[in-house]
Design a binder for this molecule. Structure first.
Ligand code: CP
Length: 317
């Protein structure tokens, strides 16, 4: 469903079924959109005359801003729908909202929604020339975040095969953890470790092959990449069994003391937004091993690469 009849990317809904060659191509394309800090950002006119709509039915800073910038830097007209003042507040269905925008000749719809299955549902209902890009789907998928995380790891570590990657935090409710795990599996990561308190551990079948533990020292031992995740309180109905903030930081927070268990040249990642002093200590978030701001920079480049790719499919029509 994500690829057209010629194997080209038409929608981006999940990294789960995308093959290695396509993932590598997107990462390579994204590298081409990076410029040095202080230089003008890359610009191309590949989407001139096209319209990209950002439809964020959940809050966002990084993803929404970077899709906005990415589309503008590719020459597109950009519509940022204000969900709080849209007619969805008057009971309009999401599909009627989509059909309305489609009638205004929107070509790409970037969608974030709290319900699982929404991006794929919409992709099944739009006209052939419209692309749907998943910008965060419940606890299921956040494919462009996965891609920017993969790009950041590759920039620092050169590849994936010999790496130990450790993700710490609320794995169960994290679409970020799901997407990077799918990408890492496709790219042949050496070892993936998922560390969380038991109530926040993943469903056993959701990340096959990963080591799942509630022992932070065991999870961090010799790790090359350490990613901290925030607790997704908005997705947790019952907080029973979730440690207090102090207990959580003591047992699962990425502090300087805990980071010393990882490899000396380990990089520290966080998809944002961060809760400093809960899942990560400020000294680590702002420290020499942190690549968190680089993740943000890579986010614009990755989203340009994805928009460029779906734009090429439109150009073929
Ligand atoms: N990482 C991420 O999705 O951040 P935002 O919620 O700010 O978009």
């Amino acid at each position: 469903m994500q690829l057209d009849g010629n194997g080209n990317l038409r929608h981006l809904l999940t990294l789960k079924n995308l093959d290695r060659a396509l993932l590598i191509d997107i990462l390579d394309d994204a590298e081409g959109y990076l410029t040095h800090a202080g230089h003008r950002p890359a610009r191309r006119d590949l989407l001139a005359g096209r319209t990209v709509a950002n439809l964020f039915f959940e809050p966002s800073t990084r993803t929404r801003a970077s899709f906005d910038l990415a589309a503008k830097r590719l020459g597109a007209d950009v519509l940022n729908l204000d969900v709080n003042t849209s007619s969805r507040k008057k009971g309009e269905s999401i599909l009627d909202t989509i059909y309305t925008l489609q009638a205004m000749q929107v070509d790409v719809m970037v969608i974030r929604d709290a319900s699982a299955g929404v991006p794929a549902f919409i992709a099944r209902h739009v006209q052939d020339h419209v692309s749907i890009l998943n910008a965060g789907e419940s606890d299921v998928s956040h494919p462009t975040q996965g891609l920017l995380d993969l790009l950041t790891i590759r920039q620092h570590k050169g590849g994936f095969e010999d790496l130990i990657v450790t993700i710490v935090g609320d794995i169960r409710h994290s679409r970020v953890a799901m997407s990077i795990s799918h990408g890492l599996a496709t790219l042949g990561v050496g070892e993936l470790r998922l560390v969380s308190p038991p109530p926040l551990a993943p469903e056993p079948e959701s990340v096959p092959g990963a080591m799942v533990t509630d022992d932070l020292q065991r999870g961090l031992d010799g790790a090359d990449v350490v990613m901290a995740l925030r607790i997704q309180r908005e997705r947790i109905g019952n907080l029973d069994g979730i440690p207090s903030i102090d207990e959580y930081f003591a047992s699962f927070g990425i502090s300087q003391e805990h980071l010393a268990w990882a490899a000396p040249d380990a990089i520290v990642m966080h998809p944002g937004p961060m809760n400093r002093g809960i899942e990560i200590e400020s000294a680590v978030a702002d420290g020499p091993q942190s690549v968190i701001e680089q993740q943000v920079t890579n986010g614009v480049a990755v989203r340009m690469a994805v928009l460029d790719r779906v734009g090429r499919v439109m150009a073929d029509q």
